[in-house]
Structures are given as structure tokens and as C-alpha cells.
Design a protein around this ligand. Sequence first.
Ligand SMILES: Cc1ncc(COP(=O)(O)O)c(C=O)c1O
Length: 432
Amino acid sequence: MGRYDKSIAVHEEACRVLSGGVSSNFRYHAMPVPLCYERGEGAYLWDVDGNRYIDYVLGNGPAILGHSPQPVLDAVRASLDIGQAFTAIHPGELALAKRLTELLPCAEQVRFDVTGTQADHIALRLARAHTGRDRVIKFEGQYHGWADNILASVTPPLNEAGPRATPATVPQSRGMPETATGEVIVQPFNDAETLNSTVAREPEAIAAIIMEPIACNTGVIEPADGYLQSVRELCDRHGIVLIFDEVITGFRAAPGGAQQRYGVTPDLGVFAKAAAAGFPISIIAGRRDIMEGMTDGVVHGGTYNGLTSTVAACAATVEELVRGNGALLAETEQRGARLIDGLNALATQHGKPLHAQGIGTIFTTVFTETPPLTDYRDYKSSDEVMRLKFVEELQHRGVRTTARGTWFMSTVLSDEDIARTLEAADGALAAI
Ligand SMILES: Cc1ncc(COP(=O)(O)O)c(C=O)c1O
């Protein structure tokens, strides 16, 4: 019997009834097929073949408290008895909105939605309404959901991407209208000078700069010292709305997100994923004058916004993460930093160009002769074949990471899990 026989059988059957055998394109990239998991508990997942994995994917970020965290399940269970969808405000929703305005630096007001894509969508609409301008700047290699008007240059092939300082806007999907990304200007991350001159060319046309403050979708790349401050100043100078897409960094880079970690407050912030430990909720937070656009002609809808269950999940998750001044996150970050150091030490030991970088609660592993990564081009020039082989060898040894090289840490990982992970990485590096 092969290690993945049952998963392979499920995949073959699934491909007949579920397009591509998965429910999101970002689940294709798994070896030998997208594995079928039947259970998750704490730091671990079990596939249908009975293999156990230390999980560093966590549903692409949400399961920050591990799988099936008790306090969140208890809160959700309690919510099931009071009804689910009222299409009206409920007391839990008010309480959570108040709590978030205390916790998130940019949040004078909030709105709830369901997904990061939708929250980014309304953030861009609010920015355009507020400024009366249409153009939007995004950064190469960053992802803000799969809506037509922002789905560009997430993973553009280098032969289509144009020069490093003046990247082309490359649509990321077939089926988008040709004009969909016509208002999107793509910029290199971590390059304040280029951004300044791009904005200087047409400051009156630019509604928003939208950015992942830590680039987490292609590598995990921290902003250079002073970079976020310089973007903030640029936006202030020209009346541009600064949007931090904290779908990944929210409640992970710090309890108040990357904006708290780096001390730079955007005009609007978008949060999701870790906000509710695996339940679907997203949060748009920001300046009152911009948020109030939604009372003055800016349409934001959503049948499933602010359900009792998702609000309960979010409230319980947030309390776990902020307790003791964010003690759980701080501890997880230290453990993650030890894992990063351990991986880099193994790389040296094996003489392999493996490089781990990021912050302790989220980091990346790539194969590059010229570390560190500072922007998308660095990531894209790293050795993809080796990265995927490493991911596969880790999987064979019971460690699950994302194919793009990102590792999400959960707060329930133990020192023993980290030691086991390093053992697996040692074996994986020897095997590739
Ligand atoms: C930074 C960022 N923004 C937005 C999104 C879209 O969120 P969702 O998948 O919930 O629509 C993602 C998803 O991975 C993301 O990483």
C-alpha cells in the first residue's frame, strides 16, 4: 500500500464531480494529488490514509489557535441556540464592533463581511468614493482576493512582468474583462523612491495604495525600516487612502496586526483569516469619515455578514489572542523564531541554499543563493523546483507546509513539535 493511496482514490473520484477535485484554485498544488484530510485537532491533521501531519498550513492562515480550539467551539455552540441570521444587528455584533475599535489602531468604525476578497472590494470602493479618483496602486506579488478589478500581478511570469521599477499590470486570470485592471498600477514592494516618482506623475488620479504591510503571498517579506512610514507620508501629502490588507497579518503579526507592530496606521484596514480561527468572517476597519461613505451612497451588502456564529467565533478568538497583552502570540513568535534559526542552521549544515525568513508567527522557506528576499522578483528568481521538492519531502515525513513556501504557526505548537519538524527538515534536506 502506498502512503497516499486513499487520497489518490478520493481525488480521482472528486475530479468527476468537483471541478479540478478541489473548491479553490489555490488547492491544486499538492503532491502527488491534493490530499484528503478527515480530521484536525490542535497542531495536527490526519489524512484519509491515516498519516498525521504537523500542520503549518492552517487553512492558509485561519487556524491560528490550532484545529478545533475549545473556547471558540464553545462560543459557536452557544450561538447556535439563539438563531443564526437576523439581517439586523444583534448584541454580540455591537460588543465585537466596540472591542475591535479598542484593539485595532485604524478602527474608528468597523463593518463585518465574510471573506477577505469582499472586504478588500469594499475598501477599494470606499477609497474611490472618498477621493473621487479611480486609480489604485498595488504591489507586485501581493494578493488582495480574486475580484476582477484587483486580480493582477500576483505571480506574473518574469518574461511578462516588465522592468523591475516599472512593472506591467498582468491580469492573473482568464475570463476577466480586458478593462478590469485598467485602473491598477503595479509597483515593486520596498522601493519608496520608485513609488514616490510614480505617484508624482499623477497624484490627483490615485484613490488608494493597497498593500500587505508584510508581503506574505510570495515569500514573507518584511517592510524595510521606514518604508511603511514613507508610504504613509506619501498618502498624506496627496490625499491618497492608504489601505493595509491585513487578511494574513491581522491578529498574527501582533494582536493589532502589522499596523500595531510597525506603528504605522493606515486609513483603512482589512482583517480576516486568524480573526476567527477558521470561521468565515472579515472586518473592514478605518477612519470614520471614510467608513461613513457607507451611509452616503457607497453600497456594501452581504446576506451572511455578521452572523451570530461567525461573530461569536471572532469574539472568542480575539480574546484568546489579546489575553495577557498578546502572550500567546509572543510565545508563538519566539517558537517560530527558533524554528527559522533551526532551518537556517540545517541549511548551512547540508550546504543547501535553503533560506528561512519572516517573523516568528509566519515565515517562508525558499532556495536562493542571494538571500534575503526583499521583493517579488527575488522570490520569483528563487529555485521553485527545489522548494516544491522540499515541501514534498517534508510531507512524506509528516510536516505540512504550503507549496509557495509559507509556514503559518499556530499557538498550540509545542517545543516537541518544533524538534520533530527540524528532524523532518533534516531528512528532507538530505533527500533533495
Ligand atoms: C492578503 C490577502 N488578502 C485577501 C485575501 C483573500 O481572502 P479570501 O480568501 O478570504 O477571499 C487573501 C487570501 O489568501 C490574502 O492573503
